[in-house]
Structures are given as structure tokens and as C-alpha cells.
Design a protein around this ligand. Sequence first.
Ligand SMILES: NC(=O)c1ccc[n+]([C@@H]2O[C@H](COP(=O)([O-])OP(=O)(O)OC[C@H]3O[C@@H](n4cnc5c(N)ncnc54)[C@H](OP(=O)(O)O)[C@@H]3O)[C@@H](O)[C@H]2O)c1
Length: 189
Amino acid sequence: MTKIAIWCRHDGDNIIGIGPKIPWHIPSDFRRFRKITEGCDLVVGEKTYESFPNRTLPNRNLHILTLTPNYEVSDKAHHFVYGDINQFKEFEADLYICGGATIYKLFMTSGEKLMPDVIVDSRYCGEIEQLDGPQINITPCIEIMTKTYRKISPDYEQENVYTSLWVKKGNFVEQSVLKKLVNIISINN
Ligand SMILES: NC(=O)c1ccc[n+]([C@@H]2O[C@H](COP(=O)([O-])OP(=O)(O)OC[C@H]3O[C@@H](n4cnc5c(N)ncnc54)[C@H](OP(=O)(O)O)[C@@H]3O)[C@@H](O)[C@H]2O)c1
């Protein structure tokens, strides 16, 4: 399997959310996320899962990491619950790591077998909405990314969002995965 982390962070402060919400709305960023992840397996934290409309994302298998005992999902055929990140070590399909901050950090700090092979790093350079709630940032993950990963693409800009691909230094990455990602991020959505 190839593990791909995908996020959109605010440039400078690395904020990805305030309370349960993402404090911007960029249609082309949502379209890019949908194109990349449609038909795929995604891992998300319980808080991110709860923030999806109707607790679902159509046409995707959702794997939810939670510490809540007997956590109930909205779609038992396509959503699966995990209490331990180590359960993903033997995951066979490609896995898209889709946040939030707790889940990105868990994957990036739990050893070689769980670290993403590729990161789709999107930086939003516009204003953020002033929402109530704690600001959630991924600065620890960005520090790991800049030390341990190599940027392998230019920045592709759309609607003030700059997206690039980063690959873990020394890792072999399946070429078909990189090709798919470059094809999607390099065209306007
Ligand atoms: N901009 C983006 O690209 C993007 C992407 C995704 C999400 N977001 C935003 O990120 C924010 C949510 O991030 P978050 O960090 O608060 O929450 P999260 O990562 O979505 O969820 C964390 C969940 O994981 C559980 N957990 C903690 N450690 C665990 C472990 N070792 N094993 C299994 N489960 C574990 C937590 O349980 P406890 O609650 O019991 O600790 C919590 O339920 C929201 O604002 C969301 O909109 C932004």
C-alpha cells in the first residue's frame, strides 16, 4: 500500500481548523480533494468524521480512528471503526490520511510503517474566517515534513491555494500513485 497524507493548511500559522470547522471555503480545493480521494480508502479521526455533512463522504470507504467505545457510524457498509493506529500497519489498499491534526500527527510519529509515503501539501494564502473555538494547527507535522520529506513538484496555484507533492526521503513510491496525483493537482479543477 501507499500512504498519502492530504491537507489544506493556512499559510504561515498552519491552521487547518477552528473548532470543528475549516475556516475558509475554496470550491476548487474541495473538488481537488474529491477527485483525489473518490473511490479510495480514507482514514480520519472521530472529530473530522463528525464534521462531515451527515457524517459521510460519498463514494469513499471511511476508516475512523476513535477512542470512544462502541462508536456508531452512519453507514456500516462503508465506514469502519479502529481504536488502535497499529491496525493500519498491514492495510493492503492505498490509504489516504485525511486528518484532523491528531490523526496526521499520529501517522507521522508512529514509526516507519505508518508514516505517509507522500504528502499532498496545500497552503491557503487568503484570509481565514473568524470562528469561535480553538485553533487547530499542524505545525509539528510541517516540521517533520520539511526535515524528512523532499518536495518533488512545483507549487500549483488555484484560488490562492498552492499545492505541491512531497515524498519521504529514501522511500520508493509507486509511480502510478504519483502520476495520478500530479495529473489532478496540475490542472485547474
Ligand atoms: N484543513 C484540512 O485539510 C482539514 C482536514 C481534516 C480535518 N480538519 C479539521 O481538523 C479539526 C479536527 O482535528 P482534531 O485533531 O481536533 O481531531 P481529529 O484528528 O479529527 O480526531 C481526533 C480523534 O482521534 C481520537 N484519538 C486520539 N488518539 C487516538 C489514538 N491513539 N487512537 C485512536 N484514536 C485516537 C480522539 O479521541 P479523544 O477525543 O478521546 O482524544 C479524537 O476522537 C477540525 O477543525 C477539522 O475541520 C481540517
